[in-house]
Design a protein around this ligand. Structure first.
Ligand code: ATP
Ligand code: MG
Length: 578
């Protein structure tokens, strides 16, 4: 490809709205341009990368026997009504009405569509298992699109859905997907960690997210260096340490705590540790009301709470509303909750320990409160606290370490939620109708692209893993006059004929400018044929990632091609290491 015939709209300045490296560099390298909040135009150089990632995903999916489809982006409301999700999916699902007053959603995910599609196609156990997928546009009206294509409103996802007669078969495909995902991300040059994830209200039995550790990650991962346990903090069980057992005053009495509402204020005023206190958080979901009690030093994990309750939403009860129910904000104790409220006691609370709790009235707390003997209302115990760095690993009890992570993929055992609502049944070996069980598996293609840039950039720009670079090689020639230009063309023709994927920068620009562009765009290999070549035959092969230049005296094209191929191979090999 000749640069002069291509579009290389590189920019010197950082876009003002870009706060992360990948976003800045995708714009500056001329890979994408912004269309609107959460929408991006992909330009030829950017599209090349996207297509290469798609192809890696496709190859690895096909290798597992998965079958590729393409479904409409517009999904009729009937599909969503059949699964019950038309009313459950919030405003993230973009709904549109056609001229016949028929409602549709722009597909944010395709469980319903695929289930509708495969139902009549699956007739007997012989058709199973089956894993169907597409690589296609998804739409989510994200409340806060950010970080460029890392969280956009329109994006490409590979989404796969598998159907099985039984759990064993589902597990086998789930494991195949797990392996395929590792290969996909490795081939894209990304180091991922599969972490246990929240199954949410989907009710599935297992779920793992593929995370790339990065300071800009929106997820918190808790990792154990000792046993390799890894999980999203949304899901991590909280394990209490013995040293956090309550050791406040044991004699039960009311104590005045004027104006002391927060745990911090109460504990320092009473000279106890936050873990010697119990705090209350009140939620509602429609008509249902709930008060959760947990150890004062801990934060509530809303994901664990929602999945325990099987609620899709949690709204804090406003203070005025609490007061109407005789609950005094800042001073609510477990004995104050009246009928009509569900009560949950976080499992971090030791029921026979003595705690400081709210006194049930303004400016008072109770010390020496022992839950097992004092709580008179019905309550449930559940693990709903947020685990943190330094908490014991649920697996081996060593200290957990926290990292930020970007989710690039997600695999999920869904169970029978969709196969039940779509009545997907086949005849098993005994001729009995059986409802299938299902898995789903997603990869964010543009997010993967941006995440690679997050990992592979320096002060000069991007350094692409060779597998997904827009072109593997850039040939920078600086030629003056017909004779030199003819020689430059000869270099280009040779590399092209040799089968190298080469971007020939023959633009009428200075060498400095061309070098800057090639480093910003991030071609892994750069070959320079310029002044030094025409003076003394010197050619350079530059390794972008390691900023390493190999200069040598040109003898013949065979020698050049061997050198280039060796470096190319080395760069591919590097991806397989680790
Ligand atoms: P997140 O928590 O980041 O919103 P999710 O849990 O909603 O992601 P899934 O529904 O599991 O994501 O979708 C599968 C994959 O699609 C994700 O792992 C991610 O790589 C990608 N993805 C999801 N939302 C977006 C988005 N708004 N922009 C780009 N990629 C996305
Ligand atoms: Mg999301």
């Amino acid at each position: 490809m000749r640069a002069s015939k291509y579009l290389v709209p590189t920019e010197k300045e950082n876009p003002s709205d870009a706060v992360v490296a990948s976003h800045r560099l995708m714009i500056r390298a001329g890979l994408v341009r912004k269309s609107g909040s959460g929408f991006y135009f992909f330009l030829p150089l950017g599209l090349k990368v996207l297509k290469k990632i798609e192809n890696i995903v496709r190859e690895e999916m096909d290798a597992t026997g998965a079958l590729e489809f393409e479904l409409p982006i517009m999904t009729p409301s009937e599909f969503w009504e059949q699964s019950g999700r038309w009313s459950v999916m919030g405003p993230e699902m973009m709904r549109v009405k056609d001229r016949h007053d028929q409602w549709y959603a722009l597909g944010p995910t395709h469980e319903e569509s695929f289930s509708y599609l495969v139902k009549p196609l699956l007739k007997s156990y012989k058709d199973l298992p089956i894993n169907v997928y597409q690589i296609h546009t998804k739409f989510r009206d994200e409340i806060r699109p950010r970080f460029g294509v890392i969280r956009s409103r329109e994006f490409i996802m590979k989404d796969a859905y598998s159907y099985h007669l039984d759990e064993t078969s589902l597990d086998a495909t789930y494991q195949d997907m797990r392996t395929a995902y590792r290969k996909i991300f490795q081939r894209c040059g990304l180091k991922t960690i599969p972490v246990q994830a929240d199954s949410g209200t989907m009710g599935g039995s297992a779920s793992e997210e593929f995370m790339v550790v990065s300071p800009i990650g929106e997820e918190t991962l808790l990792l154990c260096a000792s046993c390799n346990y890894s999980s999203n903090s949304e899901k991590t069980p909280f394990i209490a340490k013995a040293e956090d057992s309550p050791n406040g005053p044991k004699d039960k009495k009311e104590v005045a705590t004027p104006g002391k509402k927060s745990i911090e204020d109460v504990s320092s005023f009473l000279n106890v540790r936050p873990q010697d206190t119990i705090k209350a958080v009140a939620f509602q979901n429609g008509k249902e009301k709930l008060v959760v009690f947990l150890r004062g030093d801990l934060e509530l994990n809303e994901h664990k709470l929602k999945s325990y309750l099987k609620w899709s939403d949690l709204d804090l009860i406003p203070e005025a509303e609490l007061k109407n129910n005789n609950l005094v904000p800042g001073f609510i104790g477990p004995s104050d909750v009246k009928e009509g409220f569900k009560v949950i006691l976080d499992s971090s609370i030791q029921k026979d320990g003595a705690y400081i709790v709210g006194g049930g009235k303004e400016d008072f707390h109770i010390q020496g409160y022992v839950p097992s003997s004092e709580i008179k209302v019905e309550y449930e115990t559940a693990d709903v606290a947020l685990a943190r760095e330094g908490d014991p690993c649920p697996n081996c009890a060593k200290d957990l370490k926290a990292e930020k992570g970007i989710e690039v993929g997600h695999i999920f055992k869904l169970g029978d939620k969709y196969t039940k609502s779509f009545q997907i049944q086949v005849l098993d070996q005994q001729g009995k109708a059986k409802t299938l069980t299902m898995g789903c598996y997603g990869i964010g293609v543009n997010r993967t692209m941006a995440t690679v840039i997050e990992q592979c950039n320096d002060e000069n720009g991007i350094y692409w893993p060779i597998s997904i670079a827009p072109f593997e090689i850039s040939l920078v020639t600086i030629a003056k006059g017909e004779e030199q230009e003819a020689k430059a063309l000869e270099f280009y023709e040779n590399l092209k004929n040799e089968g190298f994927e080469v971007f020939w920068d023959e633009r009428d620009l200075g060498p400095g400018f061309k070098f800057k562009d090639s480093e910003l765009i991030g071609f892994p290999i750069r070959i320079t044929v310029g002044k030094k070549f025409f003076e003394s035959g010197e050619v350079s092969i530059y390794n972008r990632k390691y900023n390493k230049d190999e200069t040598f005296t040109f003898t013949d094209f065979d020698d050049l091609n061997t050198r280039v191929e060796n470096l190319r191979q080395e760069l591919y090999q590097e991806l397989l290491g680790d």
